[in-house]
Design a protein around this ligand. Structure first.
Ligand code: ARG
Ligand code: ZN
Length: 865
């Protein structure tokens, strides 16, 4: 039964206080809850109170101290209904749950003998009966009791107010959170954990204790996380005027986690992959991810917790805004241009395909079966792009004051997207009526461009916009699109003009001035709107922009498009005039771009990176997997060979290992060195990589070299992977990298050797793999399905069969994980007809499988619709 935005009704009852008492036991935890309930104004007297509850056992229920007679309530699989309750009353409920049996990792569960919770979106109802919806805000008082030796650390939200010993080796701790919050922000942790501590003084002088809790053997891997946290706290004060509001802020790392992390009030719970780092075990990319996720969760304290969401349709209100905030933070910490490139790369690789396929949905969806299926790239990444466009339309200072207005108006409330947009309008003094369509309409607008140069030298752009129909939405009225641009003189290379066009109609004519040389337009600078630009430019103009655009994002975008079009041209998937000649001109251009290496190595690294197989597949109408792999291999080899001497010189210059620091500056140099290495390996220089893998003094270099070999077909592949596993098999996070590289294994040449499918299938039985651990499942199965084009999309359909079998076994354990993994097949309709038929057959088998979860069923149904 779908839930609909249009059916939203405010809660019939309010709960302003909840006292929770946990008696922790892995097999059977007892939860006693006392709720202060009031009828909401406007609710008719005697209306039933319907509490959510799932997979818990009701032990007792009492109203105002008296056990409730059986005829006063009803119980089913999903709810506890009280008939004819008074206007205001105390409700005492005792329930039992089984954390050790909770493989879904939602609610209260166990990870490595540690109790932890995940309540967003609807996990709290697996802990106790409650109004488990974000618009019911209550003050929480929590008492936790457990065995002292086994679970010495007991945590919940807010401040710890009391603790003590109990008989039989048990102990207790009481926590109180002064800030009313929705149930999805509740958290509890119990385990044998080490705390790494620091403190932070807020700008108004409040001293905040910072604590990171990890398994004791990991205590030496938290320094960077603490440093990120302090920088994020300072940045939010300086950039958004947001200060922290409790005396303690805690982060706990757990190994079994469905997502990246969770912003529970004062007690963030993180996937350990985004907490633990040391130079030996974490790559620069891992450090970057930690920085951005620590900041993201911290920023939620305002965009999410202080101002929360009225209902789950408003998810992008907190997620889009918070992603925007974390992107801006990373841009300030590192290179802004490179950060933008990485953010857009992610948008292109995750959100654009979603928007163009069967799973397309608006950033603010109108209906869902399982909200967990809507924690998507559209809600997060496109949500962030929408906020970025608002900032562009408002200009900088007004955006900041509009944000202040939003926080001030809605502090302590459960708000809507509409509230946010209205604050932007009122604070910025502009009209965003048409702009709202970005939230309600799915699909990526295509903007086509025609240029006019009059004999007088007057230059004009003709723009047309069109958005293709998406599931459930056939009509797509035009959107309000900010198109930032710059014009360069074709001869002088000088910047002639720049600005932002506000394109609002289906077609638009924009006069950009009169110039005495031919202008070359750089459009959508900084990627000012999440649209697809359709434009035919001459190779000369493309090379001009790739070489000279001041907008570094667009300089990269021009280079990336050339990489892509060349690979596709050699795959036979795209027309390109004299592709050999174009390839050599591109090689020269890359050669020149490497001249930038000294100024901005991180940018140079991005320029040298060939798009992945999956990137290429996203840019064709019909996917022919083997042709794409062939075209890409050809171009990488050719570029590597043509630039070999230059790449070798660059590599040698950057090779000396300095003592590792996870700084943006060092990371940029390593990225460039390793981008050069990848091209050299493509051109046959495999021994360089093996040597680097063996001599590296940090994981970034070791991983880059091993990864490059793992996707090559040389004899060093096996040696590099075996060596890596032998070295790191005791470190689960590092082993995840190894699983992912194994999943990327290329198909053998000719008939010899194992297919990559055989290899991946064998690994599902390896000691390093475990379907119960989402990181492992994603590393092996997710990467195989998303990244290994030829290995997964086999002509005989065996890849799909294997994948669907795996998804079905995972679904029995963890429906949210299964539902996320299956989304890898969202491109099935674009496969060439033979594979498409095989994929469809397997998807139908999945959809018809008995007893699958609603999560997975919803995804299968949408994929097939
Ligand atoms: N709010 C968390 C974050 O972005 C993610 C929670 C994911 N939960 C879910 N049910 N999908 O930071
Ligand atoms: Zn978030």
């Amino acid at each position: 039964r779908p839930v609909r935005l249009a059916d939203y009704r405010p809660p019939a009852y309010l709960i302003n206080r909840i006292e929770l008492d946990f008696c922790l036991d892995p097999q059977r935890t007892i939860v006693a809850s006392r709720l202060s309930v009031q009828k909401a104004p406007g609710t008719p007297a005697g209306a039933p109170l319907v509490l959510d509850g799932e997979k818990i056992e009701l032990l007792s229920v009492a109203l105002d101290g008296a056990p409730l007679p059986k005829d006063r309530y009803a119980l089913d699989e999903k709810s506890l209904t009280l008939f004819d309750p008074p206007e205001s009353f105390a409700l005492a409920i005792r329930t039992a749950c089984a954390p050790a049996a909770n493989t879904a990792l939602s609610g209260l569960y166990i990870s490595n003998d540690m109790f932890c919770t995940q309540c967003e979106a609807e996990g709290f109802r697996r802990i106790t009966y409650f109004l488990d919806r974000p618009d019911v805000l209550a003050k929480y008082a929590v008492r936790i009791e457990a065995d002292q030796a086994r679970y010495p650390v007991l945590l919940s939200n807010g401040n710890s107010v009391e603790s003590g010993m109990l008989p039989e080796g048990r102990h207790f701790v009481r926590w109180e959170d002064p800030h009313p919050k929705p149930s999805y922000l509740f958290a509890l942790v119990g385990g044998d954990l080490a705390a790494v501590e620091d403190s932070f003084i807020t700008r108004s002088g409040r001293k905040v204790a910072l604590k990171i809790f990890v398994q004791p053997q990991n205590a030496d891997k938290c320094a960077y996380t603490l440093d990120c946290l302090k920088r994020a706290m300072r940045w939010d004060e300086e950039t958004f005027g947001r200060e922290y509001d409790l005396d303690i802020f805690m982060i706990v790392a757990v190994d079994h986690f469905n997502f990246g992390a969770m912003e529970n009030k004062g007690l963030n719970i993180f996937n350990s992959a985004y907490v633990l780092a040391s130079p030996e075990t974490a790559t620069d990319t891992d450090y970057e991810a930690i920085e951005s996720i620590v900041a993201h969760e911290y920023f939620h304290n305002w965009s999410g917790n202080r101002v929360t969401c009225r209902d789950w349709f408003q998810l992008c209100l907190k997620e889009g805004f918070t992603v925007f905030r974390d992107q801006e933070f990373s841009a300030d910490m590192r290179s802004r241009a490179v950060q933008r490139i990485k953010d857009v790369r992610r948008l292109w690789s995750q959100q654009f395909p979603e928007d163009a396929g069967p799973l397309a949905h608006p950033p603010r969806p109108e209906t869902y079966i399982t909200i967990d299926n809507f924690y998507t790239a559209t809600v997060y990444e496109k949500g962030a792009e929408i906020v970025r466009m608002v900032k562009t339309l408002l200009r900088h200072e007004k955006f900041r004051s509009a944000c202040d207005l939003y926080f001030e108006r809605h502090d302590g409330e459960a708000a809507t997207v509409e509230d946010f947009v209205r604050a932007m309008e009122d604070g910025g003094g502009i009209d965003l009526r048409q702009f709202r369509r970005w939230y309600s309409d799915a699909g990526t607008p295509r903007v086509s461009v025609r240029e006019h140069i009059a004999p007088s030298g007057a230059y004009a752009l003709e723009l047309a916009q069109k958005t293709d129909p998406t599931p459930g939405q056939s009509e797509k009225p035009p959107r309000h699109i900010p198109i930032a641009y710059a014009l360069y003189g074709a001869e002088s290379g000088r910047r002639l003009a720049e600005g932002v066009l506000e394109f609002k109609e289906e077609t638009g004519h924009f006069d950009l001035g009169k110039f005495d040389e031919r202008p070359i337009a750089s459009l959508l600078t900084g990627f000012s709107a999440p649209v697809r630009l359709e434009r035919s430019l001459s190779l000369d103009d493309r090379l001009f922009l790739a070489a000279r655009d001041d907008d570094l994002f667009n300089r990269w975008a021009a280079t990336e498009a050339l990489w892509r079009d060349l690979c596709l041209a050699f795959a036979g998937a795209k027309e390109m005039e004299s592709r050999e000649a174009a390839l050599s001109r591109f090689e020269e251009a890359l050669f020149a771009a490497m001249g930038e290496a000294d100024r901005d190595p991180a940018l140079a690294a991005e320029l040298l990176r060939c798009p992945s197989e999956a990137d290429l597949a996203r840019n064709v109408e019909i996917i022919e997997p083997t042709a794409i792999v062939r075209g890409r291999t050809y171009v990488r080899e050719a570029v590597g060979a043509a630039l070999k001497d230059r790449l070798l010189a660059l590599y040698e210059r950057l090779r000396p290992n300095r003592p590792f620091q996870p700084t943006a500056e060092q990371a940029g140099e390593r990225a460039l060195k390793n981008a050069a290495l990848a091209l050299l390996v493509a051109a046959g220089e495999t021994s360089l990589a093996l040597e680097q893998a063996k001599s590296a003094n940090n994981m970034t270099d070791e991983a880059a070299a091993t990864a490059t070999l793992a996707t090559s077909s040389g004899p060093e592949r096996r040696e590099a992977l075996d060596r890596f596993y032998a070295r790191w098999k005791a470190d689960a996070l590092v082993v995840n990298k190894w699983l992912a590289w194994n999943a990327m294994r290329p198909e053998p040449d000719g008939a010899q050797g194992d297919s990559s499918l055989d290899h991946v299938r064998r690994l599902t039985g390896h000691e390093a793999f475990d379907r119960r651990n989402p990181n492992k499942a994603r590393s092996l199965l997710g990467v195989f399905a998303r990244e290994n084009l030829a290995g997964f999309h086999r002509l005989d359909g065996a890849g799909y069969r294997f994948f669907v079998d795996e998804i079905l076994s995972i679904d029995a354990l963890n429906p949210q994980l299964a539902a996320r993994l299956i989304a890898a097949l969202d491109n099935w309709r674009r496969l060439e007809p033979h594979r498409r038929a095989q994929a469809e057959r397997e998807l139908r088998r999945l959809a018809n499988a008995k007893g699958i979860s609603p999560n997975l069923y919803e995804m299968a149904a949408r994929l097939l619709a």
